[in-house]
Design a protein around this ligand. Structure first.
Ligand SMILES: C[S@@+](CC[C@H](N)C(=O)[O-])C[C@H]1O[C@@H](n2cnc3c(N)ncnc32)[C@H](O)[C@@H]1O
Length: 451
């Protein structure tokens, strides 16, 4: 067998995705090594080349980075979920600040000063949503876990250290129920089997959990016994939803749902406001940091009570409802209609009367507002990872709110959007938050004022 050469060298930094950059005097160019910590020295083997990059894996470490720690999770290198399990928390926070800085510095003429990353306290056992696929391992045993990086092979995990422990306990009950009833996992290769995914959401404030089970069909022979077993292990305030997804797709949830136990809503409380969350609506996954992000937006916008506030990408209305006490009116725009219905319910639940939620694409809604001459004093933009995009940013320029709070989960798309907004707005604040501990992802709040 041909021997794979190993190169000796040092990890000198991270890519923007948190992958170690390894340099060796005997290799031209860089080798990207997942799980290598800047400062590590040793031998690396090349695994594959893709899109002009060389990817490698650690063969042997000869000197350890001072930032390296013992990972709490045994499968962190294979499951691809928490790349930073082996990095000190301080270094993780530093990486996130540097990432935001490096991305924003790529924008010509953007002037800003950057605060330190706000840590998540606590930073383990906090993730309020866990979704896992079910499948079989090489020995044919029923397993659940996370997909291995770039594959559909499931890395089984018994207890995710980042997840709320109540979610881990529920997933193990789902596994038991499937084993006892002989419910087969879905196999995408031949579209056989039933059980596709289990998703657990937990409330931080209440002792409530919501379990969504995704199967291929609405009815299957094991259904009644399987759901009875699971329901028997849930608490009084919990919820069990059956989602049906018969499509051959990577999209997890199907469009059809039935409530098996409890109600269609999980309840939680943030900053003293009550929220109902249905299974298909977005909800921030780290409630500790979500509160800090919302608080920062509220404080930095310094609303007087006279403003019309646009809450774009509003989800279930969280930010808009938190701001509603200090605004004349709030208009929330969201394109998942179930989330819009949740937002309306949430406004009612909190006795908020100056809040309107519309189900529309943000670009379309902004275009209509600009055409109608609607006056927006303050805009909150909290888009998904791909950002707002040029069209929506140009419509914001037309509407010209005096202040903008941009809440971003991707410094890359944030930089692109700020490039469009920069001629008309000053940046008053850039503050990274550790919404996703032990991963390379970062949430950033940027406050802008019209020039
Ligand atoms: C990052 S979440 C923020 C939700 C909410 N602000 C919060 O803090 O919970 C982004 C939201 O934007 C919605 N969304 C994504 N693209 C959209 C678009 N083009 N128009 C309207 N809403 C969109 C998603 O469904 C999701 O609810």
């Amino acid at each position: 067998m041909e021997r794979i050469p190993a190169y000796e060298g040092k990890c000198i930094g991270y890519t923007h995705l948190g992958v170690g950059i390894f340099l060796s005097p005997s290799f031209e160019g860089r080798i990207l090594v997942s799980g290598m910590v800047p400062g590590d020295e040793g031998f690396v083997e090349i695994s594959y080349k893709r899109a002009g990059n060389c990817f490698g894996k650690i063969k042997k470490l000869t000197a350890l980075s001072k930032d390296r720690i013992v990972p709490a999770c045994p499968v962190h290198t294979s499951c691809g979920g928490c790349l930073f399990q082996n990095v000190s928390y301080e270094r993780q926070l530093g990486f996130k600040k540097e990432l935001v800085e490096s991305q924003l510095k790529r924008v010509d003429g953007l002037s800003f000063s950057l605060e330190d990353t706000v840590p998540s306290i606590p930073n383990t056992g906090i993730r309020n949503k866990v979704q896992v696929p079910f499948g079989r391992d090489r020995k044919g045993r029923l397993v659940y876990g996370f997909y291995k990086e770039l594959s559909h092979e499931i890395v089984p995990y018994p207890d995710c250290v980042n997840a709320d422990p109540r979610a881990n306990a529920i997933l193990s009950k789902v596994h038991d129920a499937a084993m006892r009833t002989g419910l087969a996992p879905y196999d995408e290769r031949n579209e056989s089997g039933e059980l596709r995914h289990a998703i657990v959401r937990t409330s931080r404030f209440y002792d409530e959990k919501m379990l969504t089970i995704v199967t291929k069909d609405r009815d299957f022979p094991e259904k009644e016994e399987f759901f009875d077993l699971i329901a028997a292990s849930l608490g009084k305030a919990d919820h069990l939803i059956h989602n049906i997804n018969g499509k051959s797709t990577n999209v997890i949830l199907g469009s059809e749902e039935e409530v098996i136990y409890g109600t269609p809503y999980l309840r939680d409380r943030l900053l003293g406001k009550e929220f109902l969350i249905s299974s298909r609506s977005f909800y921030q996954t780290n409630p500790y940091i979500a509160e800090k992000v919302y608080e920062t937006v509220r404080e930095e916008l310094e609303l007087s009570g006279e403003e019309t506030v646009l809450d774009a990408y509003g989800g279930i209305g969280t930010i808009g409802i938190v701001l509603s006490d200090k605004a004349k009116e709030v208009i929330s725009v969201e394109n998942v209609c179930q989330a819009t219905l949740d937002a309306r319910k949430n406004a009612e639940l909190n006795g908020v009367r100056n809040f309107e939620a519309v189900c529309l694409d943000v670009g379309e809604a902004l275009e209509k507002m600009a055409k109608d001459g609607k006056k927006i004093d303050v805009a909150v933009l909290d888009p998904a990872r791909r950002g707002c995009g040029r069209f929506a940013c140009e419509k914001i320029l037309e509407l010209a709110p005096a202040k903008i709070a941009y809440v971003s989960c991707s410094p890359m798309s944030l930089a692109k959007d700020l490039d469009v907004l920069k001629d008309n707005y000053f940046i008053r604040l850039v503050k990274p938050f550790d919404m996703f501990p032990f991963t390379p992802h970062v949430e950033t709040v940027v406050i802008l004022s019209r020039k």
